[in-house]
Ligand binder design. Structure first.
Ligand code: IPM
Ligand code: MN
Length: 360
């Protein structure tokens, strides 16, 4: 009997629609092979939704997201909407989506495929073998803290965390570490910020009471930025607050040579959400040039989360295979292949892999 996966698709802006289409194509190929059906509904989100309805996160999109098994999001934003006031910007829609779901745990794995190690700004043997996971708190901290105000001569934000918010994200990081190399680095600014002092003591207590099998250390965020570049292989799970995680995950992407290859999941809420870490890249939108790897790997994370672990694994293997064969998009190689050529190659690799496993 065939199973069904119901996905709310939010293509968004810029290259969002192109990379999401790639990911869905690959997912359908693997679904045909492994016996599940990918059912999708597309919903307006971000700048595209502003153009259509005046708001970045319309109520109908919210409802569809709450009713789906999972959400696959492309990217949002672009110069066209930069002039709008804060309440109506695409980014506000993304924050509202995360909050509406309650998706407090943002998982951003950074691995460096062998085929890409030479494309990093760092020496290949330095970055090869990097396998770290940023666990970023996503619905609290300075992104959401009140009070906040933008005045003509003064403006402020509030970085606020409760013990319970810290505990639940720390728990996610420790649980992830148990399935990996059992090391957590908690990143804060406890030498300056009150919210970081609570962060550090809460993580330390939870570790002592429930996760003493995990190696835990703490770094200040400035030092962490340096260490991630200096010795990326030293990291396993990086646990951190919303703002710090935003910054450190972009930094970590330089290890892999391009932001175009990093996927993410946002968990803990009503519906799990999956999206590339990269933005909408309006400069190359609609030109069949975007790197679909981050979107395809986000779709793999989606399948993994819904219990299709081996399908997810074969998607990742197919991507690695195509990269290793030297097929790279233009963010990685000056005369690289198009989005659709790359996607075709991944679909072919999946079909060939299944043909050879049937034979053997
Ligand atoms: C990200 C993005 C968002 C964030 C923006 C677009 C609001 O940079 O997902 O990393 O800051 O969280
Ligand atoms: Mn970011």
């Amino acid at each position: 009997m065939s199973q069904r996966v119901h996905i709310a698709v939010l293509p968004g802006d810029g290259i969002g629609p192109e990379v999401v289409q790639s990911a869905l194509r690959v997912m359908r190929v693997v679904g045909d092979r492994d016996g599940f059906e990918v059912e999708t509904g597309e919903h307006a989100f971000g700048g595209a939704a502003i153009d259509l309805t005046g708001e970045p996160f319309p109520a109908s999109t919210k409802e569809a997201c709450l009713n789906a098994d999972a959400i696959l999001l492309g990217a949002i934003g672009g110069p066209k909407w930069d002039g709008l006031d804060a309440s109506r910007r695409p980014e506000t829609g993304l924050l509202a989506l995360r909050k509406a779901l309650g998706a407090f745990a943002n998982l951003r794995p950074v691995t460096v495929p062998d085929a890409l190690a030479h494309l990093s700004v760092l020496p290949p043997d330095w970055v090869a073998g990097t396998d770290l996971l940023v666990v970023r708190e996503l619905t609290g901290g300075i992104y959401f803290g009140e009070p906040r105000e933008l005045g003509a001569d003064e403006a402020f934000d509030t970085m606020r965390y409760s013990r319970l918010e810290i505990e639940r994200i720390a728990r996610v990081a420790f649980e992830q570490a148990r399935q990996r190399s059992r090391r957590v680095t908690s990143v804060d600014k406890a030498n300056v910020l009150a919210s970081s002092k609570l962060w550090r003591s809460t993580v330390t207590k939870l570790h002592r009471s429930e996760y003493s099998d995990i190696a835990l250390d703490h770094l200040y965020v400035d030092n962490a930025a340096m260490q991630i570049v200096r010795d990326p292989q030293a990291f396993d799970v990086i646990l951190t607050a919303n703002l710090f995680g935003d910054i450190l995950s972009d930094l970590a992407s330089t290890l892999a040579g391009s932001l175009g290859v990093l996927p993410s999941s946002s968990l803990g809420g009503a519906t799990p959400l999956f999206e590339p870490v990269h933005g909408s890249a309006p400069d190359i939108a609609g030109r069949d040039e975007a790197n679909p790897v981050a979107a395809i790997l986000s779709a793999a994370m989606l399948l993994e989360e819904l219990g299709f672990g081996s399908s997810a694994q074969s998607m990742r293997r197919a991507v690695d295979h195509v990269l290793a064969a030297g097929s790279l998009t233009r963010d990685l190689a000056p005369h690289g292949v198009s989005t659709s050529t790359f996607t075709d190659a991944v679909c072919t690799a999946l079909e060939e892999a299944s043909a050879s496993s049937t034979l053997s």
